[in-house]
Design a protein around this ligand. Structure first.
Ligand code: NAP
Ligand code: GLV
Length: 312
């Protein structure tokens, strides 16, 4: 019986259709199937998904790697993926460009007091605030990886004072770098705008909570474009309602979407977007998948490989 090397796509049918057309032109002899139409499970070599149907991986004996179709992998429930199966994440450039755009927009909105002016407009009020120069705004990014690093590079062009926080020490020109949990208070202490671009791991889950908010100076604002699980919503609401934090721009929530009665929907100091900060472009993602398959076939290091011990 002949076997056809197959990529199984789990997720958006439009992307699956595009990949079924494009990938075989990029990777000779590859077939693409859309979950749940998996054909012979023994043919599936590659799996690309946003979330995984429980138990699916265990039914695929010939799998060479599993890939997240996003930059993050937490939503795949990483603990259910066999430790020896390579796990990849999408690291193609359109994801980075989208995040840089979104965070730049959010920082500029906060820097120029837009949450305040939007609320004033709705109330029919005309009340200009004192202008603050970018050099006098201190912006800090939690997570200095593919996305956080690119965001810091772009924000430098506006002249903001910049800090970054990561797990391992970094050296980035023009950025005051902090590493490790012990350095978190020093990182937070002088910030006007805190941006979360961390992966969701056991260490980072629930990190955006009262102790972090208390350490930020009065009037600071938050941008969360990491994961909803980073944030303790009740602690943010308390910090906003007390006036200690001035505003929050949230692209991610837990759950997504929020229930209709969640206070974030109508809070005057909260701006919500529906997890759209950055999305993979299906065509460039197809090229990334093709590169991963070529690397696998050639026995080369796989792109976007997740460090299973770190969880990201
Ligand atoms: P990445 O390249 O893996 O970078 C992660 C950064 O976080 C690294 O600098 C890492 O430190 C740091 N970090 C991890 N654990 C930490 C800890 N316990 N303490 C301090 N720093 C820690 O990830 P990325 O590609 O930039 O993506 C980050 C996250 O953004 C994704 O995991 C995903 O959740 C989110 N995301 C959201 C959207 C959206 O549309 N909202 C889109 C894409 C991605 P080291 O450098 O020392 O390893
Ligand atoms: C989106 O949230 C991603 O992880 O790419």
């Amino acid at each position: 019986m002949s076997s056809v090397e197959t990529l199984l796509h789990v997720g958006d049918a439009a992307r699956g259709k595009l990949w079924a057309e494009q990938l075989p032109t990029l990777v000779p002899d590859l077939s693409v199937r859309q979950w749940p139409d998996i054909g012979d499970p023994a043919d599936i070599r590659y799996l690309a998904a946003w979330t995984l149907p429980p138990g699916l991986i265990d039914t695929l004996p010939g799998l060479r790697f599993a890939m997240s179709i996003g930059a993050g992998v937490d939503q795949l429930d990483v603990a259910t993926i066999p430790p020896n199966l390579p796990l990849l994440r999408m690291t193609e450039g359109t994801l980075v460009d989208g995040m840089v755009e979104y965070v730049t927009m959010a920082v500029l909105m906060l820097h120029r007091d837009m949450p305040h002016y939007l609320a004033e407009q709705r109330a029919g009020l005309w009340s200009p605030r004192r202008h603050v120069a970018a050099a006098d705004r201190h912006v800090g990014v939690m997570g200095m990886g593919m996305l956080g690093g690119a965001v810091l590079e772009r924000l430098a062009g506006f002249g903001f004072a910049l800090s970054g926080w990561s797990r391992s020490p970094k050296d980035m020109p023009g950025v005051h770098c902090h590493a490790g949990m012990a350095a978190l208070p020093a990182f937070l202490a002088g910030l006007d705008i805190l941006i979360c671009l961390l992966p969701l791991t056991p260490e980072t889950r629930g990190l955006l909570a009262a102790p972090v908010f208390r350490t930020l100076p009065a009037g600071a604002a938050l941008i969360n474009a990491g994961r909803g699980g980073h944030l303790i919503a009740s602690d943010l609401l308390a910090a906003l309602d007390s006036g200690h934090l001035s505003a929050a721009i949230l692209d991610v929530t837990d759950p997504e979407p929020l229930p209709a009665d969640h206070p974030f929907w109508h809070h005057r100091r909260v701006l919500l977007t529906p997890h759209v900060a950055s999305r993979t472009d299906p065509a460039s993602a197809a090229r990334f998948v093709a590169e991963a398959i070529f690397s696998d076939r050639a026995g080369l290091p796989l792109p976007g490989r997740v460090d299973r011990s770190a969880g990201y």
